[in-house]
Design a protein around this ligand. Structure first.
Ligand SMILES: NC(=O)c1ccc[n+]([C@@H]2O[C@H](COP(=O)([O-])OP(=O)(O)OC[C@H]3O[C@@H](n4cnc5c(N)ncnc54)[C@H](O)[C@@H]3O)[C@@H](O)[C@H]2O)c1
Ligand SMILES: [Zn+2]
Ligand SMILES: [Zn+2]
Length: 393
């Protein structure tokens, strides 16, 4: 089959790789019909590169049609339409039963000291072949795939794999009080979806910061107050002006480790390109290489006693944080990979009964798998209006 494969920094290609097969009686194999490119994929071709290997199949936001099922699979059958969550979770362990699927005890990567495996991700998370491919092997066929109805376009459901539950969790963790103000940092697909969900859930005042004009325009069109800057002082001023100088009740960081405006860490991240992987892997496990600009903006702009919700991914082991300031401000901090299945029952009705979150026209680009290298480049460089790209094998 054809698949998007990792070859190095800023280098993905489309290669022919072996077709996936049923390996366990509970496996299913799906034919992928749509597969998103995510901000997390960009980390793999930059900062997290030391933890990748040439030929790894990328992608963790797939949906498609079941083609083959193992002998013990009863929940889905060939021909069923399914979305595949980005966390690989068993659905039956203690963590899964708590709604903490990203910490699944069956797939936790204990040898690495990391949580549940993810599709198409680093060796820290199991190095499992991903879904930017024609076919995908999906384990836990009775509990992992999300069955969705036929008759509506893929766009309606594909974001259940990641964007929707990630943004939903970010908004829930932010816990904006009634009448309160929420600030979302970053208007990539995740930040954009956070603002949509916030409006849908009736959060009164929603602000968002970014500098990419088309991303700001999308958020502004749906009623978000946009701050056309990512400069810490400017964002702080804007949010103070909006809140009697107090700060936002809740701030979502939807940016993560590659924020603009962190020159030193930016150098450290570039070093990952020159220093041999074996050394850099060790350095990353003991040092701070994250660009913390967005997180620092969150710490400044949240009000005393407010909440910061991190959905942006960080990868540094010892990032410096202003703990005295965080303690003094009495900040509550919540974070983590989204627990996809935890939120599916809340989200699915919003996809089958109308389209209140605007998923039908959320994608800016739908391109054949073979065009993945150009699509990655455009998404990475924020060129050609690329906000959300769906690959269609
Ligand atoms: N927690 C999870 O489960 C989960 C799931 C999916 C994605 N993510 C993470 O969420 C983050 C966003 O993903 P995305 O797909 O929207 O990516 P993206 O890269 O398209 O979006 C990031 C946006 O942040 C903006 N930005 C950069 N620096 C900023 C700053 N200092 N202040 C404000 N905005 C700034 C950029 O201009 C860009 O528009 C990534 O870190 C990704 O890895 C986490
Ligand atoms: Zn993703
Ligand atoms: Zn589990």
């Amino acid at each position: 089959m054809r698949a998007v494969t990792w070859h190095g920094r800023a280098d993905v290609r489309v290669d022919t790789v072996p077709d996936p097969t049923i390996q366990d009686p509970t496996d299913v194999v799906i034919e992928v019909t749509s597969s998103g490119i995510c901000g997390s994929d960009l980390h793999l071709i930059e900062v997290m590169a030391p933890f990748m290997s040439v030929g790894d199949v990328m992608g963790h936001e797939p949906m498609g049609v079941v083609r083959e099922v193992g002998s013990a699979v009863t929940a889905v059958k060939p021909g069923d339409r399914v979305v595949v969550p980005f966390n690989i979770s068993c659905g039956t362990c203690w963590m899964c039963s708590q709604g903490l699927q990203s910490q699944c005890e069956t797939t936790q990567n204990r040898d690495q000291g990391f949580g549940a495996s993810l599709f198409g991700y680093t060796k820290l998370y199991g190095q499992v072949p991903g879904g930017q491919a024609e076919y995908l092997r999906v384990p836990f066929g009775n509990t992992l795939p999300i069955k969705v109805p036929a008759g509506l376009p893929d766009d309606r459901f594909v974001y259940l794999s990641d964007v929707l539950p990630t943004a939903w969790q970010a908004v829930q963790y932010a816990a904006t009080p009634p009448g309160g103000t929420l600030l979302v940092l970053g208007l990539g697909p995740i930040g954009d979806m956070c603002t949509r969900i916030a409006h849908h859930l009736g959060i009164d005042k929603v602000y968002a910061s970014d500098v990419v004009p088309e991303r700001l325009a999308r958020a502004s069109a749906r009623g978000t107050n946009v701050i056309r800057s990512t400069d810490r002082k400017e964002v702080l001023q804007a949010i103070q002006d909006a809140t009697d100088g107090r700060g936002a009740d809740a701030v979502i960081d939807a940016v993560g480790m590659e924020a603009h405006g962190s020159p030193l860490a930016s150098l450290a991240q570039k070093a990952t390109a020159i220093v041999p992987d074996a050394i850099m892997e060790k350095v990353m496990q003991v040092a701070g290489v994250d660009r913390l600009a967005a997180l620092n903006t969150a710490i400044d702009t949240v009000r005393r006693g407010g909440t910061i919700s991190l959905s942006g991914v960080y990868g540094g082991a010892t990032d410096p944080l202003p703990l005295m300031r965080m303690f003094d401000k009495q900040i509550q901090l919540r974070m983590g990979q989204a627990n996809v299945w935890r939120w599916v029952p809340d989200i699915l009705p919003l996809l089958t009964e109308g389209d209140p979150l605007g998923v039908d026209d959320f994608a800016t680009h739908r391109v054949p798998l073979e065009q993945a290298p150009e699509a990655y480049a455009n998404f990475r460089e924020k060129k050609d209006g690329a906000v959300k790209v769906l690959l269609q094998p």
